[in-house]
Design a protein. Sequence first.
Lengths: 77, 571
Amino acid sequence: MEQPVTSLETGNTAVILWLEGGHWFQNKMRGIGIREQKTIRLVAKHPFNGPIVVEVDGREITIGRRMADHIITGVPE
Amino acid sequence: MKKIVLMGNPNVGKSVVFSRLTGTNVIASNYPGTTVDFSKGKMCFGKEGHEIIDAPGTYSLEPSNKAEEVAVEMFGQADLIIDVADATNLERNLYLTLQLLEQKKPVILALNMWDEARHTGIIIDLKKLENELHIPVVPTVALSGEGFSDLVRRFDEARSPAEIEPMNDRERWMKIGEIIGNVQQVTHRHHTLRDWISEASIRPLTGVPIALVVIFTALWLVSFIGETLITYIFDPLFTLYAPIVMSISIWLGPGLLHELLIGQLINGEIDYIQSMGLLTTGLYVPFAMVLPYIIAFYSVLAVFEDTGYLPRLATLSDTLFHRFGMHGFGIIPVFLGLGCNVPGVLATRSLETKKQRFIAATLIAISVPCMAKNAMVFGILGSFGMVYVILVFGTLFLVFVSSGIILNRLIKGDSPEICLEIPPYRKPDPLTVLKKTWMRIRWFLKEAIPFVFLGVLLINVLYAVGFVEWLGGIFAPVIQGWFGLPQEATTALLVGFLRKDLAVGMLLPLGMSPLQLVIATTLLTIYFPCVGTFAVMFRELGIRDMIKATAFMAGTAFVVGGAMRLILLGI
């Protein structure tokens, strides 16, 4: 099932399928470690459309909600 | 002389490497974006001297904020690059490494935090990595100095490999995947207590209470340490000094020199706060009233910075800071501004857009009181009762929030979202904390003392030539009529441009009521930044935005001052 990382339940894990957006967005995400094929875990989701915190490669990263909505993940079968 | 530039991702330890290589201390912390400007130092190896430059961290050679622009500019000037990479996060760090190698400048790779990588079960085959990248790779631990003799010895081997050709993004990531597959093995690691604390402090439900406890503990610690230093060290020292300065006063006799050095005698005695002489107030205010709190604040801040808590606080405050046209990272400049506005304004460089930087710098200047001023507010208003101190800080907090909301509406431009790496928690090293605190105290002494002296001198001269009365007369309608303060308070506002702490001290002899003092000290923060902050804002924002910010401050001071008169004085 394809869904943005923001739709995951807190604590759950998925695989990043693609980054939906322009060159700038993709570069920024990949540069900080959020890349296709990586396993991503949703650590926290802040209320009032606040940022989310994810873990990739053992590193926590805070990302704004709108950007995170464009990180599309899938759950491996 | 060769220029050697340290390049690398944010928070990999470049500044610690720099301090190791040059012996020049620069501020290093455990959060991305500590270094926003370059520092230069020298080191010798072989027969030659070399210039070493510490650049801000960057994820790539395409800058996304002002600090990263500085990094790219420094790269352009380099003859040799020391690429500092985080061994615990090699894959991501290699992106910049490859970009650097494609630029055809000689590079040597320092794999920093080698010890931490080993502890977390990451195994990197150095020989294989050297073969893949065709440059020397040296494991280092900057904090302990491990690997540095190797690093320096191998400078000569740094090269720009012909084997690495310019690539596009996709090719670069493919190449990185290939390299990592060949050189790195990660053993599975279990969740530790550190991970658990890390997650608890960044989740909203547990993180917010933790943040409140942490902030209140920090504030309590600052005031506790400050008060203890004053009671047991600085006040006793000035008690010892009193008879000495009194005998100087008697020896000098009345006259211009007495006015300048000792100042006014209050009821025949020297009053350290009110006398306004170079040897009395000029020494007492910076050393006995402000310095203790500077020591307290910066030692607590250093511990804070080095644990890695600040990026978590930035995450928790993100939603709130979006209302002010910034994102959560904005809380870091605000925090630094509580020590001194100058580094606070400088730290706004890590924000991405002009709008964010303008709002952050203006809010700091208008409503974040520096420790020098805070110390005086506590010292003077505290004696009337804590409620007055709370009134000042409460008002400033309201000004911060409402100015933020207004500026967010007024200023055009983008407010991009947060995208911030959260460093692992680390135990602060006592020696590093001490060193960093000492560097900041030294900076305070060097920057503050001359301005305190200048301020005292200016006050005496201005009184002597009658300028104070003249100016007071001009501003009387505003100061007296609108703010409800005695017209002599104008001088304090004028001196506040040089030093805010001294200005607070000047309010005391005017015989104001505590509520008038609340208005005056609050206005002293809002109306205009001190000369140091003014200079750095001018440099960071440019003249047009500086004028805009100043107009906003004057307007806010006018509105807030009038409102406070109505509410507090009821006239």
